[in-house]
Design a protein around this ligand. Sequence first.
Ligand code: NAD
Ligand code: ZN
Length: 247
Amino acid sequence: MTNDVQQAITLLQNAKHICILTGAGISAESGIPTFRDKQTGLWENFRAEDLASIDAFERDPKMVWSWYQWRRNLVKDKQPNPAHHALASLQQWGKTQGKTLSLITQNVDDLHEQAGSQVTHLHGHLWKNKCSQCDAAYQGEIDYSQDALVNCPECEAYIRPDIVWFGEMLPSGAWQYAEQASADCDVFISIGTSSLVYPAAGLSQLAKSQGAKLIEINLHPTHNPLIDVVLASKAGEVLPTLSAALL
Ligand code: NAD
Ligand code: ZN
């Protein structure tokens, strides 16, 4: 076991409240590409940022909806990997130890839930939809095999994915929970996130400013000087090591 892994284990053993923020990198080993990976096939000439905004949807709703239908098809058969499972085990372990483990994700997939974790989604859910106009949740079935636009039964406007797009506010309940957990924790772990997209990227700074130790798990670490312990490995390898040592 390396010195860094040992340091992380000691921090987690001593912590009462652990806050964990995950990003696209934790789902990479499940076969879901991260945002900085090249888009594949049909979408390779588009930047994700240009498809995930209300402006893009207003300009060309069909194109944006088609992109999400494509992503849904990409994600629908994917399963949690050892990183998701290890976090679920750590959350259970925390309960037996009188520790709180707050798990917050920027991901819109549901692999944390599938692994059995309780998780707060900051950026919405790939499988939920709402009206682009009146904001009503859309409960109808969506046929993922085709990309025809769907209309709101209340106001006829187009249905969109219930995902936080660039320039939009985060859901207030989820954001409040994340801020509180970050401010209260003794250890904050960032996993598989490039920490470029705010406000989520500011949570580790908030934790640090309140005295927490920061751990980063990333295949290509961010070189943020605030981080105390960097584990430069695949999440699906290092998290099972941590959970095996702690459990
Ligand atoms: P990201 O793609 O920016 O970063 C992924 C990180 O994971 C990278 O730092 C990479 O080094 C790391 N990584 C890759 N494989 C790993 C592995 N096996 N183990 C550990 N780390 C690994 O993703 P992000 O940081 O989650 O992006 C933040 C948010 O930005 C997203 O939640 C999303 O809301 C938003 N975003 C959205 C879009 C979109 O919807 N179209 C596009 C860009 C960003
Ligand atoms: Zn509506």
